[in-house]
Ligand binder design. Sequence first.
Ligand code: NAP
Length: 314
Amino acid sequence: MTQPTPVLIAGPLLPSLQTAVDTHFAATHYWELADQQAWLQAHGASIKALVTSGVYGASAALLGQLPNLEAIFSFGVGYDAIAVDVARDRGIVVTNTPQVLDDCVADTAMGLILDTLRRFTEADRYVRAGKWPQARFPVAVKVGGKKLGIVGLGNIGQAIARRAAAFDMEILYHNRSPKAGVDYRYFADLDAMISACDVLVLAVPGGKATDRLIDGRRLALLGSKGFLINIARGSVVDQPALIQALQQGTIAGAGLDVFEAEPQVPESLLAMDNVVLLPHVGSGTQETRQAMGDLVWKNIEGWFYNGKRPLTPV
Ligand code: NAP
């Protein structure tokens, strides 16, 4: 009888996915190890696959201790926390979960647009605090007719554009190259798009190329009537500069699903009423998380049981 293949699981997974991995492989739960370094020294060379997520990632240091690793299966579409350069150099395949989460992440972006401009959660706090009988809640900002600038018109960016168009927003976008088959207005120059839009939505990957892409200077271009929505990665925004811009009225407000050092959210943001703060729930529905888990499993099956052919390699 052949021995089950040794795999390492970086952190707790969707229960059905974890059960499948535990059942079919000799799985080690990395987060449960009392001495991870000692374990890696003794057993790292036996590990053939790493099952991880966009949050747990796979650092170059960890990969260095898994010399016979063949594949990294990640739950999530963003792979900025995975040392993909190291993986590529060593011929390690990396898979992610594109497309299955587009609808829910785009819903989150649209929800943040509506909430931030119309001040719904602020109004909810107002009602709960018993303030309504004393005075009417102030009027907010209309969504329809506003120009939406999307940074990163990929799978999620396009799903955001479709939703926003249905709310009568005008769509502008910036990518490194224009997207074929769409008739939204393309800006090769990010500064020009930011200056032209009312609401700026970030939907680019994280990583070196987009690190602090939105800094204080660009927030000033967005202007005192402009709103920032970030469902991409906290690293894409210079967070201290954003806090300053919100405090000084350089921009009007922000809707944030992602932060610089999650799950830590600075007190200064918690104290502001013109921000809507979500705990990185972009893809967080039962249906989408299940679809992501199913896709991770299909990638694992493709690699181990179908001739090393994963479904969605990066
Ligand atoms: P995607 O289909 O690969 O789209 C990414 C888009 O960004 C592409 O259109 C790409 O166009 C553009 N882009 C990449 N690098 C750029 C740069 N340096 N400057 C300007 N544009 C750039 O990816 P996706 O599936 O839509 O996902 C996008 C990101 O959303 C993920 O990487 C992840 O970080 C984030 N996300 C967040 C959540 C959440 O829970 N909040 C959930 C899922 C995903 P060009 O190549 O032409 O530049």
